[in-house]
Design a protein around this ligand. Sequence first.
Ligand code: AMP
Length: 202
Amino acid sequence: MKLILIGPQGSGKGTQAKLLASKLGVPHISTGDLLRGATGKLRAKIDSYIVAGNLFPDELMLEILEKRFSEEDCKNGWILDGFPRNLKQAKMLDEITRVDKVVEISISDEEAVRRLGGRVSCEKCGAGFNLVTMPPQDSEKCDKCGGKLVQRADDTEEAIRKRLEIYHRETEPILTRYESVKINGEKSAEEVQKDIQRELGI
Ligand code: AMP
């Protein structure tokens, strides 16, 4: 199964992608995580885009993604989160593979800003929490490994607004390219997951 999850920042795409990936036995590929995990020469260049909330160049992004697709665990498919982000990326993706399903997770901008303001993740193991919607036991420590919880560099109000604006202008139009299913993301993570699985018939 090759599945794309599309939704604004804060819609819970990452959480839903992880749950779906373990249900389907395929990897969850987040292009944001791929960029944040990059090392070497690309590092400083990537940071200059991410911190400002701007998109990384399409060709370079595709190159990194194709490398990831070529790994062994992708042979039965993947759940893609964060790509394609615009029509050009959708066209590039269609040239290298065939997508089976596209799921749109929808939430309002107000809800996105509310959720992203509270988002934190563990510096050590990467586990994600939300001080508003999914609080850890201790607001500064990871429930799973005890690591320090930090806010993402691009979860400042200014960068959040810019990312939402880019989402509406550049990402939403790609939904016209695919036959997608639309899921209401303003429910609990469990309910959203159930709705997605029902729509996908899995
Ligand atoms: P995300 O974790 O999906 O919110 O992505 C964080 C940041 O990584 C974005 O604001 C972009 O700077 C960059 N990024 C992630 N995916 C892409 C993509 N498909 N194309 C370009 N830039 C991306």
